[in-house]
Design a binder for this molecule. Structure first.
Ligand SMILES: Nc1ncnc2c1ncn2[C@@H]1O[C@H](COP(=O)(O)OP(=O)(O)OP(=O)(O)O)[C@@H](O)[C@H]1O
Ligand SMILES: [Mg+2]
Length: 592
């Protein structure tokens, strides 16, 4: 509870910006509620003073009729304006929260995404924000409007005849008790359907993502059956929810009619005994009917409050998460020259140890120094820690022990924005975004010029296939690059890295085997893009790093061998074994 309370407090900050509008809404609600309560009162005046008297007052009836009309128009206007204003505020709040949430998620460290599912974050940004805005629009409105209605109606009844009023108030505990029982039932049902719904959505999303695998493994039937079961439970939940809400509404309605009947009886008697007038009876009956709406609405909105709280807690949980990796309080200023940041590009690891969790060791005592503009390779078994090494250099994670320096400056002392301007990374899976080829190469940075984009594509060897795409550089890339081949995506990733003109280039080679023509193109591209910058290449195909200035062989989080191709072969250790295990066409033949 304290979690959701602090989350709610945080989110209330968004509403505070709109306090003037909120105040206007409260004013308008007051006007509207007042007009609603005035209407029966006006009719009562007409009945008692002008209609049932011996000589009806036509003029007075006309005047009150006009007043009634005026009150109705004012009520309509107030209600309309208040609704519009409230929607406006609600949408503003959602927009602000959503923006902040997205920006905040972007600022979080990589480790956050290791532990938070994308699907859940999507729900946070998309629907939880909406749910929270319901708190400001629906719940707050109901609290003000219905609360005020109840008070005013009660006041009017007491004024009319306090004895009958007190008698009718006896029905209130009954209404509240019945609503409480149904409310609990409805909430349980709501919870159930919501969780079934997110399961169904999650299942569908996962399956759409893995459609090819499902089809190739002939799992359609099994997946379909599972979907059917989930779908059935969701449907059952919905039906049950609906059933309970109908029961609730009907019970409420019956109770309302019963109250009216009772009022007819009690009030009718009073009229016959001349303790009250007919108009008062009319007003009482109308008020009793009016009474049920706000109570019903309040109970409904109690549910809104609860679901909003759950959403607020989830959003708050994300918003209040602090980035693990932050800039140093006084970062080292790097000199800026005409060609970007002026650094040489020397990279050094000094006794670096690291693990993703406190008890695991993924890297241990890593030491190496790469001179500026050198081309070095990292090889080793899968899981040896090669990609992890690069994640430390880019500061996706911080080292546990030791330090990593660029030109002798600890990466932790550099601004992250500077660090990421110095280096570019091409990862195992290429992430392409919806947009044109050009957008993807320059990563939507408008300041990167067209020549730079084309030059980068040319050097990477991507220019040729891009020109063959319909639209060339303006060709639209569909979701994740589905309309491009694996090799083409890789070439685009090279071009993207180059367009940033990095001093340090990191390549994490894809394990997927490419066709030999593409591989040749990549190989040629690699040599070109490595020129003039420090290049660190993680290679799965040993041919990629054969000509490297230095090759580091990794095993179980340690560097076990180092040297160039010939030196490592001469060592006759792990590297030599890897070479002899590799396909004969790949290295052995070519190297001897
Ligand atoms: N995000 C992560 N959270 C926890 N453990 C991780 C994470 N990423 C990698 N690991 C673990 O760290 C170890 C090293 O992984 P890493 O990705 O660095 O290997 P790699 O040498 O790049 O392997 P590959 O050649 O298959 O790409 C592995 O045991 C892996 O299970
Ligand atoms: Mg890897």
């Amino acid at each position: 509870m304290s979690d959701s309370a602090s989350a709610m407090r945080h989110l209330l900050g968004y509403a505070r910006r709109h306090w003037r509008e909120f105040l206007a809404v409260v004013g308008l609600v007051m006007v509207y509620v007042l007009t609603q309560v005035m209407q029966p009162w006006l009719v009562k005046i007409v009945i008692d003073q002008d209609l049932i008297v011996r000589h009806p007052h036509f003029r007075s009836i006309l005047v009150i009729g006009l007043i009634y009309l005026g009150v109705t128009v004012v009520g309509l206007f107030a209600n309309f304006t208040q609704n519009r204003k409230l929607q406006w505020i609600g949408q503003r709040i959602v927009r602000d929260i959503r923006n902040d949430l997205f920006t905040h998620i972007e600022s979080l460290s990589v480790r956050f995404f290791d532990t938070h599912e994308t699907g859940r974050l999507i729900t946070n940004v998309a629907s939880d924000t909406n749910q929270v805005s319901q708190f400001f629009t629906s719940f707050l409105l109901s609290l003000i409007q219905d609360g005020m209605s109840i008070i005013l109606i009660m006041g009017a009844m007491l004024l009319l005849n306090w004895k009958i009023a007190l008698l009718s108030f006896l029905v209130i505990p009954v209404i509240v008790a019945i609503s409480a029982v149904f409310r609990k039932k409805l909430r349980e049902n709501y919870r159930f359907t919501r969780s079934q719904y997110s399961r169904l959505i999650g299942y569908t999303a996962e399956n759409l993502g893995g459609m090819r695998i499902t089809q190739i493994f002939n799992q359609e039937k099994k997946q379909f059956d599972q979907h059917t079961a989930l779908n059935r439970r969701f449907t059952d939940g919905n039906i049950s929810e609906y059933k309970w809400s109908v029961r609730f509404n009907r019970t409420f309605n019956a109770l309302g009619n019963l109250s009216v009947a009772l009022m007819m009886w009690v009030g009718g008697m009073a009229v016959l005994h001349r303790t009250i007038e007919v108009g008062v009876l009319y007003a009482f009956i109308t008020y009793i009917q009016q009474f049920f709406n706000p109570i019903n609405s309040l109970t409904q909105n109690w549910n809104t409050l609860q679901t909003s709280m759950i959403s607020a807690e989830r959003i708050g949980g994300v918003l209040l998460t602090e980035a693990e990796i932050t800039d140093a309080p006084a970062p080292v200023e790097v000199p800026l020259g005409p060609s970007g940041i002026e650094i040489e590009g020397e990279v050094a690891f000094n006794q670096v140890s690291f693990g993703y969790s406190p008890d695991a060791v993924v890297l241990e005592d890593i030491n190496f120094r790469v001179k500026p503009r050198m081309f070095v390779g990292f090889v080793g078994e899968t899981g040896a820690g090669k990609s992890t090494l690069m994640s430390l250099l880019t500061r996706f994670y911080d080292v546990r022990k030791g330090s990593i320096t660029v030109d002798g400056i600890d990466v932790r002392s550099l601004r992250q924005s500077d660090l990421h301007r110095i280096m570019a990374i091409v990862q195992q899976d290429v992430n392409l975004f919806s947009g044109t080829v050009r957008d993807n190469i320059r990563m939507f940075r408008e300041e990167i010029r067209e020549e730079t984009v084309q030059e980068a594509a040319h050097v990477a060897g991507a220019d040729e296939f891009i020109r063959q795409l319909p639209g060339g550089y303006d060709a639209w890339i569909r979701a994740k690059g589905a309309n491009l081949s694996l090799g083409q995506r890789q070439l685009l990733a090279f071009a993207r890295a180059l367009a940033l003109q990095p001093k340090i280039l990191i390549l994490d080679e894809a394990t997927a085997s490419l066709d030999s023509a593409t591989e040749m193109a990549l190989q040629a591209g690699l040599t070109r893009i490595a020129a003039g910058r420090t290049t660190l290449v993680i290679a799965h195909r040993l041919s990629t790093v054969r000509h490297a200035d230095m090759i580091y062989v990794m095993d179980h989080g340690r560097i076990v061998e180092r040297g160039n191709h010939e030196e490592l072969l001469a060592l006759n250790g792990q590297y030599a074994r890897m070479v002899s295990k590799a396909a004969p066409t790949e290295l052995v033949e070519r190297s001897f």
